[in-house]
Unconditional design. Structure first.
Ligand code: PTT
Ligand code: SF4
Length: 622
């Protein structure tokens, strides 16, 4: 086998034991790597209904056939598990030296099983695995934990760790890496914490097998230069991801005050120009010439690495426009190891619920000092923090009073920082994202607002969402690679199959990737259906408040506008029709068989209804 190492390292934390296993080339070609591998392994190995925070859940760290080779933006790793937040498959895409080190150590997949009897970190050095006490770093934030590990193992060791958020099972805890990154929004850090696993350290010395190593090296080095040069010319490289904030505000698509508003006159105080002017350091993943991580100083003087989602959710969403205070909240999320998006959304939901009489408490929009205190309580699950740690949907279910309508989430995962109250295509992208509302599945908002009619619900938008989910799930989440050269610099998509072919000796085209993307997406939705047998199409709805005329802005670009349920239903029908799923949003038997998922369809049919074929549109359409 070339490209893939072919090795899985299975680590049992309960027994402090491990074994090396091989996967077949057929498996590799069917699922590519990264998300594809993780979804199939978790489908096969987890019994339906497994407790996400119990020892039977499994934490996976996964690479793919071009992971870590010198080529543009190949320093990404997939972390995956059954999510405690959504109750279905969840993952994150994290930049880290672990990508390179894991491959050099000879592994494509690490599977962590069971639960360590006491706080532990695992050190993998080629074929040797050590289970070591984490006493000195348990209870510490990720900066201190990673600093301690770096001192022991060096700055180029592959290190992933959790903070207090993961230790205390905050349902949206993330895993952190030392390059300023964070991954696993659906609580993959909490799964790591539930296993008493504080950190994973990997070092390797082997060669990664490539079908054409010479061509791969020459092409990779040349393209690193090409992408670096493209980046230098782009405005994007100056402002990083936060370049989009001013645009969202201008387009009235910014989450303000728990998404009740979509624009704010003070938003400019946090825009890309301001954050880039305040830059004190730049971070980046390995094998990246774009280095998008812009760090600014927070109120307490820490370096805080900000990206658009962080700014949007901890700034305008909370009506906090002081750049240093917003940066402090961001730093705290990173140190505690909790997702900035869900944390911002839980806080804004709490303030909104108090405003609307669904909850009693002491928190108002704009109160940065109290927001910091609430974050601290959340990470330690103290007082009201115990509730905030469960995320907006579970809080709403406790508060009642129809507050679920303004929990800004889909399938339990909170929306990234795009207010879709009048952006139907992006609302569909969030609604149908199989891991819950994450923009990484399909970021259609720029296409929608620049090149199509904003309030339209045409089939073209459903098609665009499917196209993006196909490309992202197969190429970017499964090879896996950072998508920014393609999305931000226009680096041609056809480069990716070419790299895959050089690594694996295949003759794949983009179509092979999109077909595999369909297979992966059908399995992800089947996973959701298996875990939620009473599933119906409402699981694919955006937050209900978007349909409420009361939420429409009173003035400005989209005054009086909001989503319309009957039209959204029709858009969803188009989406299901393109995918070959039934009216409940469950992949049909025919579709699954076409995608090589006949066995999985039979397994799913034991738990929930699987239609043989989809009802053609227009016969029983809504
Ligand atoms: C990602 C999500 C994002 S996406 C952001 S900002 W973005 C937030 N970042 C957080 C953070 O930081 N700290 C924290 N405590 N929580 C955070 N939550 C949020 O997590 C991320 C970059 C970015 S920055 C983006 S868009 C792109 N995302 C990619 C993706 O999803 N797939 C892919 N193939 N390539 C991508 N490239 C870019 O990577 P999650 P990262 Mg993260 C500090 O992982 O769970 O997928 O959520 O991945 O390595 O930090 O890189 O405006
Ligand atoms: Fe990492 Fe940013 Fe580079 Fe992507 S562009 S690989 S997220 S530093």
């Amino acid at each position: 086998m070339k490209g893939w190492t072919g090795n899985i390292l299975r680590i049992n934390l309960t027994k402090s034991s491990y074994k090396k296993e091989r996967f077949t080339e057929e498996f590799a070609r069917k699922w590519i790597g990264g998300r594809g591998f993780a979804a199939k392994i978790l489908w096969d190995e987890l019994a339906p209904g497994t407790d996400a925070l119990g020892p039977d859940n499994k934490l996976l760290v996964v690479q793919g056939p071009v992971s870590g080779v010198p080529m543009p933006n190949s320093g990404k790793t997939i972390v995956a598990a059954k999510s405690p937040l959504t109750g279905t498959y969840g993952d994150g895409n994290i930049g880290s030296h672990i990508t390179i080190q894991m491959r050099k150590a000879g592994y494509d997949v690490l599977i962590f099983e069971g639960k360590a009897p006491a706080p532990t970190y695992v050190f993998i050095e080629d074929d040797k695995v050590s289970f070591l006490p984490a006493t000195e770093i348990w209870g510490k934030g990720t900066y201190e934990a990673q600093g301690w590990l770096e001192q022991k193992y060096g700055k180029t060791a592959g290190i992933l760790s959790i903070g207090q958020g993961g230790e205390n099972l905050v349902l949206y805890a993330v895993i952190r890496s030392m390059e300023g990154r964070a991954g696993g929004r659906p609580g993959i850090g909490a799964v790591m914490g539930s296993k008493n696993l504080k950190a994973i350290v990997v070092k390797g010395t082997k060669e990664v097998p490539m079908a054409d190593p010479k061509a791969m090296k020459a092409r990779g080095l040349a393209d690193l230069k090409t992408v670096g040069a493209l980046d230098k010319k782009a405005k994007w490289s100056v402002q990083g991801t936060n370049a989009v904030l001013a645009w969202c505000n201008e387009m009235w698509a910014l989450p303000v005050r728990n998404s009740r508003h979509s624009h704010h006159p003070e938003a400019w105080k946090l825009d890309g120009e301001r954050t880039s002017a305040a830059r004190v350091a730049t971070y980046g993943c390995p094998h990246c010439t774009m280095r998008c991580g812009i760090a600014i100083l927070d109120q307490e003087g820490h370096e805080s690495e900000i990206d658009y989602e962080n700014v949007g959710m901890l700034g305008p969403n909370l009506e906090i426009f002081d750049i240093k205070q917003m940066a402090s909240l961001n730093y705290m999320c990173d140190d505690y190891g909790v997702d900035t998006i869900c944390a911002g959304s839980a806080l804004s939901f709490y303030a909104d619920a108090i405003d609307h009489g669904a909850a009693r408490g002491n928190f108002e929009f704009g109160d940065a000092a109290r927001a910091k205190e609430l974050l601290r309580l959340t990470a330690h699950r103290e007082g009201i923090g115990d509730l905030l740690a469960d995320g907006s949907l579970k809080m709403a279910r406790k508060f009642g009073h129809h507050s679920e309508a303004y929990a800004i989430q889909c399938k339990g995962l909170d929306l990234s920082a795009y207010n879709c109250k009048y952006v139907p295509g992006q609302a569909l992208a969030f609604g149908t994202s199989a891991i819950g509302a994450h923009h990484k599945e399909a970021w259609i908002i720029t296409y929608e607002l620049k090149f199509s009619e904003r309030g339209a619900y045409g089939r073209d938008k459903a098609q665009k969402v499917v196209d993006l989910q196909r490309i992202r799930s197969s190429i970017f989440e499964s090879l896996p690679l950072c998508r920014f050269p393609w999305i931000e610099l226009g680096w041609d998509l056809k480069n990716y199959p070419e790299y895959f072919n050089l690594a694996t000796g295949s003759k794949w085209t983009l179509d092979d990737f999109t077909n595999t993307g369909d297979r992966i997406y059908a399995l992800l939705k089947a996973f959701w259906s298996r875990e939620h047998p009473d599933t119906d199409r409402t699981a694919d709805y955006p937050p209900r408040i978007y349909f409420d005329p009361a939420i429409a802005d009173k003035e400005g670009l989209i005054a009086g506008k909001h989503l319309e349920l009957d039209k959204y239903e029709a858009l969803l029908d188009h989406y299901y029709d393109i995918r070959g799923w039934d009216k409940r949003g469950v992949p049909t038997r025919k579709t699954m068989e076409r995608l090589g998922l006949g066995q999985e369809a039979a397994q799913l049919a034991k738990l929930t209804k699987v239609s043989d074929d989809a009802v053609p549109m227009g016969i029983a359409g809504v």
